[in-house]
Design a binder for this molecule. Structure first.
Ligand SMILES: Nc1nc2c(c(=O)[nH]1)N[C@H]1C(S)=C(S)[C@@H](COP(=O)(O)O)O[C@H]1N2
Ligand SMILES: [Mo]
Length: 401
């Protein structure tokens, strides 16, 4: 069984890559305001093509933005990578691997990959987006990885329902949440092990998936081989990689990663004034609509006097993409874009449009997505100290000449 689907053992990670000695290929300008904006790329990480190196240990690898122009599905070897702790297994024995389910259950489980794969399969496309995607654009700047827009990716995920696994263990009355942990470990003795939890109703909604395939292939090791949680519509912090432990809880999760980290202001749009204090916070949760031009990079030159073809990608967040409109006059007038194939509501969706011939001069392209839940991207930036939930209309400035 394992042999037909998953490699018996994941690829060994090169020590050189972990030490961050991988050679830079080029510098990419992320156009981040207010600080260093260029980052080196490297193709030396195991199972990865050219990636922007935000940090080497633990690896934080960003997808170069031109990758999003090629397909609505992000190839596994260009899919972004983010880990909190540097102690990541460099090799996993698929035959010996077990997924443990314990806590407030009738029957604790220790499932092999073979056993897990006997459960009914589900498959859907979903965007995996880091809570801090685009954090580098926050002004004033905030602490944390200064990501451009490439801490996201879209894949077709295949796996089993979390619900089916929980049902097998027999969740007991009085359960409130389910907590997930992976095989990675803190590097420092007192560091809090990375764990995240979902409310029991969410965990049992039949959509949350324990995935073993990403775009039809075993997960790359850096993206969580052999199993990861997929929580469609929700930020990636919940998408536990190398998922090895599921704990059913009869009391709310008061662990660091839910109670202290990854919290957003409980205000409209998670927006607060810089320096504001005394507001309530909640764990980060659903994503919101976003869209980007992919056909033209910042600063691109286009012919003046010729109709302008543009294309890009949009996501609805926790819903589908209803429409994308484009403006070249700062938002005074909008033209509807043509939407590409619908790959499911949690997927990226392609859009394109032909805009009237621009006169010579600077031009700002503004794409704006409205989700099927009726949420439209804002024209205004938000701010919070975590650098979370950016969702404003993203300008691409080009020059017609
Ligand atoms: N085990 C484990 N899972 C994890 C994390 C982690 O540090 N350890 N980071 C989370 C965060 S914050 C993000 S953004 C995503 C990144 O997923 P990717 O590396 O596959 O792109 O993994 C999530 N799952
Ligand atoms: Mo993240």
């Amino acid at each position: 069984m394992i042999g037909s689907l998953l490699p018996r053992r994941s690829i060994l990670l090169g020590a050189a890559a972990f030490a961050g000695t991988a050679r830079a290929q080029r510098l990419v300008d992320l156009h981040l305001p207010g600080g260093p904006s260029e980052r080196p790329t490297s193709a030396a990480w195991p199972q990865k093509g050219e990636m922007i190196v935000q940090r080497a240990r633990p690896p934080l690898l960003e997808t170069p933005f031109d990758v999003f122009d090629e397909s609505v599905f992000t190839p596994n070897d260009r899919f972004f990578v983010r880990w909190h702790w540097g102690d990541i297994p460099t090799s996993i024995d698929a035959a010996a691997f077990r997924l443990n389910v314990h806590g407030h259950v009738a029957t604790p489980l220790s499932l092999s990959l073979d056993e897990l794969m006997k459960l009914p399969r589900i498959e859907y496309a979903a965007v995996n987006q880091c809570s801090g995607n685009s954090r580098g654009f926050f002004q004033p700047r905030v602490l944390g990885a200064q990501w451009g827009h490439g801490a996201m990716g879209n894949a077709r995920w295949t796996g089993v329902r979390l619900k089916d696994v929980l049902d097998r263990a027999g969740v007991q009355p009085g359960t409130v949440a389910v907590r997930f942990a992976g095989l990675d470990q803190p590097l420092v003795p007192d560091g809090p092990d990375f764990m995240k939890s979902l409310d029991i109703d969410h965990a049992r909604d039949g959509e949350v998936m324990i995935a073993f395939l990403q775009n039809g292939e075993p997960l790359p090791l850096l993206n969580g081989f052999p199993l990861r949680l997929v929580v469609p519509g929700w930020f990636s912090t919940y998408w536990m990689k190398m998922l090895s432990d599921i704990e059913v809880l009869s009391a709310p999760d008061d662990d660091f990663w839910m109670a202290k980290a990854y919290r957003i202001p409980d205000t409209p749009g998670a927006n607060v004034q810089p320096g504001a204090k005394g507001f309530a916070t909640v764990p980060i949760n659903r994503m919101i609509p976003r869209s980007w031009i992919t056909s033209h990079a910042e600063g691109a030159r286009v012919p003046a006097g010729t109709p302008l073809s543009v294309r890009g990608i949009a996501m609805g967040g926790d819903a589908g993409v209803k429409s994308v409109a484009l403006s070249v006059d700062g938002g005074r007038s909008w033209t509807d874009a043509k939407l590409g194939r619908d790959e499911g509501k949690y997927s990226f969706r392609r859009f394109d449009a032909v805009l009237p011939a621009p006169a010579a001069g600077d031009l700002t392209l503004l794409p704006r997505c409205t989700s099927t839940a009726g949420v439209t991207q804002s024209m205004h930036p938000i701010w919070n100290s975590g650098g979370y939930l950016r969702g404003q209309v993203e300008p691409t400035r080009i020059v017609a000449a």
